[in-house]
Design a protein around this ligand. Sequence first.
Ligand code: ADP
Length: 542
Amino acid sequence: MKGLMMQQPLLVSSLLTHAERHHGEQEIVSKRVEGDIHRYRFRDLAKRARCMANALAELGVLPGDRVGTLAWNGYRHMELYYAVSGSGAVLHTLNPRLHLDQIVYMIAHADDRVVFFDVDMLPIVQAIAARIANPIVFVAMTDRTYMPASDGLPGGVLCYEELIDASDDDFEWPHLDENDASSLCYTSGTTGHPKGVLYSHRSTVLHTLAAALPDALNCSAWDTILPVVPMFHVNAWGLPYIACMVGAKLVFPGPRLKGDSLYELIEVERVTMSAGVPTVWQGLLAYVNSQQLSFSSMRRTVIGGAACSPAMIAEFQEVYCVDVLHAWGMTELSPLGTVCSLKPHQVSMPPDERLAIQAKQGRAVYGIDMKIVGDDGEEVPWDNASAGELMVRGPWVVDSYFRCADVRPHRDSWFPTGDIAKIDADGFMQITDRAKDVIKSGGEWISSVDIENVASVHPEVASAVCIAARHRKWDERPLLLIVRKAGSAVTTDELLAFFDGKVARWCKPDAVVFIDAVPLGATGKVLKNRLRDQFQDYFLTA
Ligand code: ADP
């Protein structure tokens, strides 16, 4: 027997129409690439998104066509989120920090018809235009005053504001099938070509509902949200959708993500929550620390994309009274999988124990099921000790990659994440390594993350990375790479002594190498593969 309820598809456009009708007065503030601050309200966003939907139709964009963006976090990018997906086309966000070859690959692979870009991305656009055979319409996301020259772009460049001005806001969002594609994001491609993850309207709306929940990102109309995580990387973890669903004020940082710029925005706009990768917060904390500042409105920050060290969590919470929500996700998961939101019985634990839990990646949000499996593929227990590969499934987990029918990522209808994790009896998952980063010493696994966490607490350490280096006797042994804080002369012996009593003796790194800086990839993650290439023979040649 069928239920007798209204059949309403879950569509991205429904988030915008809700925001317009029920939170029309709510503000969106953007630091623009042009250098100034722009303010308007959800109802202006909705109106301009409808104009842009008409403009896209004028440009010949059809349902299902891919529309690329090369843009920072800002209101025009947000308009495209809704105009493109809402009208039935597919928003393809491109990461400008990736190598040019990868950007060219992704645009060609996705067959983007139109590419919108922030004016400071012009050099990238000029470089890629010459290398892509298909005709592409380029649109600069600015007004006539700031329009760039169109050198090297045979078809010229259109002006975003002129398209808006020339279009009517009379547009009905179409009643699409909720399983139609809404947006497309490629994985960073640390191995092989980037792979496209094609989200649907349904997966996006369900992800938005779950991510906004109190035990997930905990967003409401009372919040002012600063998404530092880029809109070009997995839809800024869903925040542009969540803000419309709950009616939260949005503050977009534009291209400048340095500590001073972020701090000013947080204070002036009274930001209550923000979200980003650990590297960005390192910069913010260093600035706030050096200037002896404090946060007057920020209550919590979501940290994910890479492991957040207990030292960073402690500093945010104990020095600045900002709660940290550690979260784990992947492009393939839209991206949210787990959030480390404490359960009631954990709140009264001694601070050290509580901190140890908060440093875990957290428990599954509703919609995501997870398990860990050993080498034999069998599930291993949730005993906080047994480690295995983390497998997930759920309505916003990738089924197969875009135009990659030959790659079937699943094993027994579970998606293998490539992360190695353990899970405790309360269901809190902790990543101990990427599968390729684990250190296999004499048949035993050593977690590089455990070693990094210990080293990062040392007062003279700015950054710590642990890699597997080849070893004649043990196959692999941990090698610790350290960036010292400015002015520090901390020695190898002092650092190694710091591990005594904190990890098992056989897990202690065998050596320390001091480096000037940690190489970071396009999404702010440590490029361990580059460090491995450089140092993996350290013990063979030392
Ligand atoms: P890519 O895998 O393409 O670099 P993603 O952004 O999809 O890009 O990265 C997902 C991976 O990032 C996860 O599989 C995991 O290894 C890592 N990751 C994400 N969040 C965390 C976290 N909180 N702690 C540790 N690792 C994380």
